[in-house]
Design a protein around this ligand. Sequence first.
Ligand code: ADP
Length: 491
Amino acid sequence: MKLRSKNISLKWKIFATFELFAIILIAILWLFQVVYLKNVYVYIKEVETERIMDEANEVVMSGDNISSKLTELASGKNVAINVTDTSGNSIYNAEFNPSGQLNVMPKEVFQEYYNAAKSAGGNAKIIFEGHQIKDNPQLNMDMSPVNNRTDFVQNRGNDMAQSVIYVRIITTDSGDYVLMVNSVLTPVDATVDTIKIELIVVTVVVLIVAFILAWISSRAISKSLVRLNDSAQELAQGNYDISFDEHDYREINQLSETLNYAAEELGKTESLRRELIANVSHDLRTPLTMIKAYSEIMRDLPGENNPENVQVVIDETERLTNLVNDMLDVSKLEAGAIELDCQKYNLTESIIGLLQRYNKLVEQEGYIIDFKYDREVEVYADEGKMNQVIYNLINNAINYTGENKRVNVVQTVLNSGVKIEIIDSGAGISPKDLPYVWDRYYKVDKAHKRAVMGTGLGLSIVKKVLEMHGAAYGVDSNLGQGSNFWFVLNV
Ligand code: ADP
């Protein structure tokens, strides 16, 4: 089944985000360059003109080289500076802006501004909005005397430019002066037009570049995800050999590694499952066949109804019971459904008792099971579970030991605990199999020999129980030299 998301794809999301970002950027640019340009410019100019006013004020107060310093200031900043007495007679004059003409200001206008400054505590600011004087552009540069207020005022601003006159009354030892600074506030429309054209070009270029970049990057980012998804779908369909090889970004790389790990683990589980079914069905079938065959013989042939044959049926039933019990134990242990019932008990005594179960085997089949210990030792553990561990290990040792049929059990008391070793002299385990013997259903020899019929569950039960006890455990083995399964229990 192909899984499809109803949500917008990552590719389009990245693409849309990119484009949106570009559009917002351009919108901000337009807003500031075209819509607010005039306001920002006027504000900056006003602040600057006020500063010029302060500087001019200082120059006049210093009384030193006033004329040249004012000229320098006015030319540097493109403004008009005019210093008059309180009747409006020009004393120092420096005019470097197009509408200037402060020195030819009509007396009535001077009086008006002077009064405005006086009544406002010494400072006044007169703003001139632009006027429609397109038909009379030469007014801008006309330096001939202006005779009336209208002419003067009209010269301050035209339809494009806003202008301001700052008026300040300065009081010195030698009397009062009036200082005026005239500055054009707004940029000419041509500037705005140029910026607009530039912006249109910038907008188009940015949108195209953003489109291309968005397309490339969104494809690049989503490409590896799409491929990972394809592989994951194959995995979902049971192809555990699939490998995830996307390494474009760190996160994608990590995801690939995780998926590879998951595929590997799923593969392992799958092959274990298959093996389990094969093992279990084989292990169940063999004793069942035997039970059926012997029972039929005993039913049909009265002479065969003897204790030996009945014993075979009993033995096979026991094998089945063991197998089912092992399977139940493993599943309970793995589900965490079993809790330890720990108590102090004599481990040495317990092992001696356990070994007595093998007496028949020793007597009848010639096995030699030797238990070496220096002294009896007590441990705090779950006796039943520990017996199961030791029993499983001894059973394995008996099953896999060599011709000499010898199994050594050794107890060594250490500083921190007690070490139990179960040593056989059999074929040993090859280094490549060694790490896996503790896994569920793992059998080194996959071919089932009747004599050595295990479930592949024994060691995984051992491992689980020892881990629950916090015991160290391991196996040392060399091919042809037998194996030494050991664990260390805390005392
Ligand atoms: P099984 O019931 O098959 O013995 P275990 O979990 O007890 O299952 O053991 C897993 C595998 O480890 C066995 O199939 C066997 O191949 C190997 N093994 C266990 N104990 C020994 C041993 N003492 N000597 C050699 N091989 C062993």
